[in-house]
Design a protein around this ligand. Structure first.
Ligand SMILES: Cc1cc2nc3c(=O)[nH]c(=O)nc-3n(C[C@H](O)[C@H](O)[C@H](O)COP(=O)(O)OP(=O)(O)OC[C@H]3O[C@@H](n4cnc5c(N)ncnc54)[C@H](O)[C@@H]3O)c2cc1C
Length: 526
């Protein structure tokens, strides 16, 4: 994959049907849907794909037990359907996982168990396993490290887990196979209008500084918590001021070793001392503890945890785990920003309500903004976006129907029958590439291991097929080492940089990565 060839392709198209700003779950989902319907699509991402919120999720493919408690049944039903679709389309990186809720109060097993039986019912044909009532021993068999004092029993239910950043890459590559042009390190700098209607945008290759004008019938703003910046660019042409739609809130995750949760079962605490949900999830050979929900006023691309958030996660975890994790046990800490959407008033009346906790807003000039929602429902959100573009007359109907519900992503096997996947609770490895393992094994260095789970060939694969441009791209989002063990990622960075140089990446940004990796160590977060 030659980056210069991608820019030649960008120059070669006069007018795109859709130009999508933002290469997270939302933008990539729209790119895949639109390309599969035959539209001419370009997607521009300012940093790397999934550099924003989309690599910082709790990694759950879920219907949302929380929404069940709120009585939002249609939302849960739809998410459960999407859960099944995702597990089907990407079984190498999205799989079912059993969750256990331990009960310490007499009423908890019955109360949560009945709710989760309803969860199974709502899933209908999309169910992936049945809720089970557990006695004390059955809970301890699944979660040997759970606090046994006062334990009465529990409930086991099923949801899914996934590798968020790798899923984003597989969606990008599938969209590319279907004809979309997707570019990372290409930021949108301004929008242009004709007769008060949005007609295109100016973007910049952040590696070379080259600037490109792109004409598009429809521009999609899928920039997550950053949508208001693009909306302000749109409003500039008419001299209007926008009413901001996003209030950011951050969620922190801490990563500890598997010794804190050794079996392939996740722990769910349905109500922490301040009424939140807390997860301990085995993932890629480590355990993720999280998360928090803390409002903030700024929008940094690399948010840092607040000390009290770290204390909260450690304290709550130690109430449920017999061996309490301490700061010294934390291998990595990462933070994601949720785009919480305020209710909107628009002059055009062209709003879409909060049908699935995401919002789509079409401005007077025709800018389509989509934000909110969750990773699990990215595909359904994309369908909604396309429908809104059609309703607003920004694009004409395509002859091809949407096909993303049954669209195996790159790396997914065509037939499930002979496919044996290694669980996502296990360390990354060649199996993480699904059907592309054979391609991976043809690259130089497939037997040269930089650490367990990361070979020289995987670094080369990242550059040649997965759009990687820097050490960070490789160690944060192709391999997930930065998110799993920041010190190990730091220790490997020189070797990765050397391989990138040999792949003709002239500036792999090694020093920038070292600085970043230091900030994922808990000691530098305070
Ligand atoms: C803590 C936390 C935990 C979560 N856990 C889960 C979970 O377990 N399961 C689940 O289903 N969902 C989960 N979610 C929700 C899910 O992660 C988000 O809904 C999803 O990632 C949002 O994707 P997005 O594409 O809208 O935003 P982002 O991923 O943030 O993408 C927006 C992109 O736009 C780019 N951009 C910004 N400005 C420009 C510009 N000018 N030009 C070009 N590009 C630009 C950014 O660089 C960024 O990459 C979680 C969210 C949080 C915060």
């Amino acid at each position: 994959m030659q980056r210069s060839a991608l820019f030649d392709q960008l120059r070669a198209t006069d007018v795109y049907d859709l130009a999508i700003i933002g290469g997270g779950a939302t933008g990539l989902g729209v790119a895949l849907d639109a390309a599969s319907r035959g539209y001419k699509v370009v997607l521009l991402e300012a940093h790397d794909f999934a550099k924003g919120t989309s690599s910082r999720a709790t990694k759950l493919v879920h219907g949302g037990v929380r929404y069940l408690a709120q009585g939002n049944l249609s939302l849960v039903r739809e998410a459960l359907h999407e859960r099944a679709v995702l597990l089907n389309n990407a079984p190498h990186i999205a799989q079912p996982l059993a969750f256990v809720m331990p009960s310490y109060k007499w009423w908890e097993t019955a109360f949560y168990g009945i709710g989760l039986k309803l969860y199974d019912l709502l899933a209908g044909k999309s169910a992936i396993g049945s809720t089970q009532f557990l006695n004390k021993q059955e809970v301890l068999d699944r979660l040997p490290q759970v606090q046994s004092t006062g334990l009465r029993g529990g409930v086991q239910y099923w949801d899914g887990q996934f590798d968020d950043a790798r899923l984003a890459l597989e969606i990008a590559r599938t969209a590319q196979k279907k004809g979309a042009l997707v570019l990372n390190y290409c930021s949108v700098e301004s929008l242009f209008h004709q007769h008060h209607k949005l007609s295109g945008l100016k973007c910049k290759d952040t590696e070379t500084g080259s600037v490109f004008d792109i004409n598009a019938k429809c521009v999609i703003n899928a920039t997550g918590v950053w949508v208001d910046g693009i909306r302000a660019m749109d409003a500039e042409s008419s001299g209007e001021k926008i009413e901001t739609m996003v209030t950011p809130s951050q969620g922190v995750h801490l990563v500890v070793d598997r010794s804190f949760l050794s079996k392939d079962f996740a722990l769910l605490v349905p109500s922490t001392q301040d009424g939140r949900v807390l997860f301990a999830v085995p993932w890629l050979g480590k355990v993720i503890l999280g998360t928090t929900d803390t409002p903030r006023n700024d929008l940094p691309i690399e948010p840092m945890a607040f000390s009290q958030e770290v204390d909260f996660i450690l304290q709550e975890s130690s109430r449920y785990l017999s061996k309490a994790p301490t700061r010294a046990d934390v291998r990595s800490v990462w933070v994601g920003l949720r785009p919480l959407v305020k209710p909107q008033k628009t002059t055009s009346g062209n709003t879409k309500g909060l049908s699935r906790e995401h919002t789509i807003l079409v401005s007077e000039s025709g800018l389509v903004t989509v934000t909110g929602g969750k990773w699990t429902t990215y595909r359904a959100m994309a369908e909604d976006v396309l429908q809104q573009c059609l309703n607003a007359g920004l694009i004409t109907k395509s002859d091809k129907p949407p096909t993303t519900a049954d669209c195996p992503l790159v790396g997914a096997p065509r037939s499930k029958e002979r496919y044996v996947s290694i669980p996502l609770t296990h360390q990354q490895g060649a199996h993480s590439y699904g059907t592309e393992q054979s391609l991976l094994s043809t690259l130089p260095g497939c037997e040269t291991w930089l650490c367990e789970g990361l070979s020289e060939a995987m670094v080369r694969f990242a550059v040649r097929y997965e759009y990687a441009r820097t050490v960070e791209d490789v160690l944060a989002r192709r391999s997930r080492l930065l998110f799993l063990d920041a010190q190990s990622a730091l220790d490997l960075s020189d070797k990765v940089a050397t391989i990138l140089l040999s792949e003709e990446i002239h500036n792999p940004q090694l020093q920038q990565f070292k600085k970043l990796a230091m900030s994922y160590l808990l000691t530098s977060q305070e």
